[in-house]
Design a protein around this ligand. Sequence first.
Ligand code: BGC
Length: 391
Amino acid sequence: MKMIFKSHLLLVLPVCILSLAACNQPAKQSSTSTMTDSTTQATLPAAKGFEQTIDGKQTHYYILKNKNGVQASFTDYGAHLVGLLVPDKAGKLTDVVIGFDSIAGYKASLSAYFGATIGRYGNRIAKGHFVLDGRRYDLFINNKPNTLHGGQKGFNDVVWDAKQISDTTITFTYLSKDGEEGYPGNLDCKVTFELTNDNAVKISYEATTDKHTIINLTNHSYFNLNGAGSGTILDHTVQMDASTYTPIDSTSIPTGKIEPVAGTPFDFTKPATIGSRINDKNEQLKNGTGYDHNFVLDKHDISTPIATVIGDKTGIEMQIFTTEPGLQFYSGNFMKGANTIHGGAKDELRTAFAMETQHYPDSPNKPQFPSTELKPGETYKTVTIYKFSAK
Ligand code: BGC
């Protein structure tokens, strides 16, 4: 089988601890949801809100924990990363992923994709169609006039099969049927999350198909490295090894050009805060309503970080490593305070950012971009790592 390597959290509430004997079993902890003030440790949501029946399938809640007490929780509904507790510079556990206390929260905010596994195609496909082998495929237009993050019922809104392999590893599988959301081919997908002992969340994606198709899987976690509910992310510092990016039109579809970031508000090759230029007069910032663009990564290996983000209040640093060629940096421009997040705060404007490792948006209609096609006999494999430290 041909392999395709697309180029291209210490003080822990004992109640949260999963023993090895509980492997393969969903979490049964019942911690209450409290959010951080400056002294209290953040906690993960309780399991209760994640146990229901959706599309005839029982949903569950899972907790991973590494030897440093770092914790991450998940639900098989949409293979969501629900919460992630990492120590800040004072050692205080801080929830850096914006999530909800229940599946109801995720359902109510579906179009924002909080913490979700995205598929079959991450980000936009122009006008909701593409041509493959001379045949046109029509998709659901869920982000007028385009298709976004898989369509009407993307991978974020289906119940995956989960298997917790150990205290630190969980695997989600999903078979997306031929024709689902208009995409060709039965697509067998596997997403593995590992919480490593160097405080990283490693996400490995794998998929095979029985028909020529397209695929672009990613994770849509919203981060606030100062902790959920701590205010905006505008004073977070970002650095990215991306000397070019893909400018977009007014509907957020890449124009097809790859342009240098030098001399623009998109230049994060040297560290800059998110807020320092976000309100500049700039057509691209206008088109994205802020940062909502695909950055073309200069490096294509997993061994060195391609981006680093630092929370100004906690000193928490997140390094991103990926095998993917692109990084969609989204500065939470459409957050409106409509949703109550874990801990009780609202998801106000720019209170979180996403860094979605991916192939470029609209690649199926842009032959000049790295290919997102997958053929029978090939295996789609990509890896992304979000690594945390604090100083
Ligand atoms: C997209 C944004 C969108 C957000 C939530 C991001 O990946 O690029 O345009 O608003 O997801 O749907």
